[in-house]
Design a protein around this ligand. Structure first.
Ligand SMILES: CC(=O)N[C@H]1[C@@H](OP(=O)(O)OP(=O)(O)OC[C@H]2O[C@@H](n3ccc(=O)[nH]c3=O)[C@H](O)[C@@H]2O)O[C@H](CO)[C@@H](O)[C@@H]1O
Ligand SMILES: C=C(OP(=O)(O)O)C(=O)O
Length: 419
């Protein structure tokens, strides 16, 4: 079993460069299926979710070449084949194969998605949108079978009952070649949605309004090749920025789009973190006497649920007390018990996390229960005195590009061990 071992206590210093966004690239790769020519993606992060998606694409017949951060995908040989098990169940974003295969072939048989266990994660809105476009859905051998029964998908108006990143992107993927104009109302507004729409438009799609709560898609008969650079990962950026604020001695975080992090940065400002924001980088200075704050996660542009866990070690280094409420995933609290093992003064009551700070964290053996819980434990282990051993690191490697190398370059004593 691979584990992460950290000898904590060294303040981080230097520069780190943020990679392409996990939650963009995991949609961009399935989106390439819709093209009738080669698609090149630049800025692709080295994370296991990407490796899993490449494996699935190759099983379906795509020709994929990976050269550093560049991924060249030839989707012309892809066939819509049943994808019930295997890697499909290892990541959340495999749900995008439903939309992409349905949009391209009018048929998709895809197993249920995996991903982080954050409590219930239904996909009813995805199914409702596919059905509204004219697809029929049945379950076959643990997989969702979607078919248009040989007909073309028909554009329509779709009102999302909840703001959903996955359902918004999946509807775009299915509707992009449908007949007529599809309107998605109450759409999610995350930057990753704009990124997917940008790639699809470069392929010849007609999508307007991505990034607002109303997206209009005029169906086109065919889509061609394109070249596209993945946007920087705002969650990876927030993870390093919060560590730099908690335990840095001057850190520059490069390849950041500040506008994607506004609600996060404004929380740091409320805490008293000193920063200089430049065109595509943020410099974080050594901070003292930080103030405890409350965090409430909401859909973009509000505070991201994916940053709620990584920011927690910083909250533990402030002064005072505060609460964390995750309105997207109420049960996203599994990191709390692990942080308590490291000496954190925090608890969960009716899904609300409360903490008292400052805390003196000490190294311990802890377990990553999900991706961002793992990131929180890495940050806590770096701040803590003594040695921290983290189990279940495969969650962390799903979404953090070269985390060991990046942390080492900032002066952290961190490595992966086999035990
Ligand atoms: C691969 C990917 O991009 N994952 C992200 C995506 O997940 P994901 O796309 O799964 O998250 P959604 O935005 O869809 O979920 C938002 C909320 O809507 C609910 N919901 C969603 C769909 C549905 O059909 N029915 C339903 O009830 C969910 O349970 C959740 O409470 O957005 C989340 C919210 O920003 C992030 O935490 C994940 O990192
Ligand atoms: C929850 C996350 O990922 P996924 O939706 O892929 O499980 C995340 O990136 O924090």
């Amino acid at each position: 079993m691979k584990k992460i071992l950290i000898n904590g206590g060294n303040r981080i210093k230097g520069e780190v460069t943020i990679s392409g966004a996990k939650n963009s690239v995991v949609a961009l790769i399935p989106a390439t299926i819709l093209a009738d020519d080669i698609v090149v993606l630049d800025g692709v992060p080295d994370i296991s979710d990407v490796s899993s998606l490449i494996e699935i694409m190759e099983i379906m017949g795509a020709k994929v070449k990976r050269d550093g951060e560049t991924l060249t995908i030839d989707p012309r040989t892809v066939k819509s084949m049943p994808l019930p098990y295997g890697k499909i169940n290892s990541l959340r974003a495999s749900y995008y194969f439903n939309g992409a295969l349905l949009g391209k072939f009018g048929e998709a048989t895809v197993g249920l998605p995996g991903g982080c266990d954050l409590g219930p994660r239904p996909i009813d809105l995805h199914i409702k949108a596919f059905e509204a476009l004219g697809a029929k859905m049945t379950y076959k051998e643990n997989a969702m079978h979607l078919t248009t029964e040989g007909e073309k998908l028909q554009a329509t108006n779709i009102f999302m009952d909840m703001v959903s990143v996955g359902a918004t992107i999946n509807t775009m993927l299915a509707a992009v070649k449908a007949e007529g104009r599809t309107i998605i109302e109450n759409a999610a507004r995350e930057p990753e949605i704009i990124d997917v729409a940008t790639l699809l438009n470069s392929m010849g799609a007609q999508i307007k309004g991505a990034g607002t709560d109303e997206i209009r898609i005029d169906g086109v008969p065919t889509l061609g090749g394109a070249r596209h650079t993945v946007i920087p990962d705002r969650i990876e950026a927030g993870t390093y920025i919060s560590l730099a604020a908690a335990f840095g001695d001057g850190v520059v975080v490069n390849n950041v789009i500040y506008e994607h992090l506004e609600s996060f940065i404004s929380k740091l400002e409320e805490m008293g973190v000193r920063m200089t924001i430049r065109e595509d980088s943020i410099e974080i200075y050594k901070s003292e006497d930080l103030k405890a704050v409350n965090i409430k996660t909401v859909p973009y542009p509000g505070f991201a649920t994916d940053l709620q866990q990584p920011i927690t070690p910083l909250l533990l280094m402030t002064n005072g007390h505060g609460k964390i409420v995750d309105t997207i995933y109420e049960k996203r609290v599994n990191h709390v018990g692990e942080l308590v093992k490291m000496g954190a003064d925090m608890k969960v009551d009716s899904d609300i996390v409360s903490y008292r700070a400052p805390n003196r964290l000490r190294g311990a053996e802890v377990t990553a229960t999900d991706l961002r819980a793992g990131a929180a434990l890495v940050n806590a282990g770096i701040i803590a005195e003594g040695q921290t051993k983290i189990n279940n690191i495969e969650f962390i490697l799903r979404g953090y590009d070269n985390i060991i190398e990046k942390m080492t370059s900032l002066g952290v004593d961190i490595k992966i061990i086999e035990e």
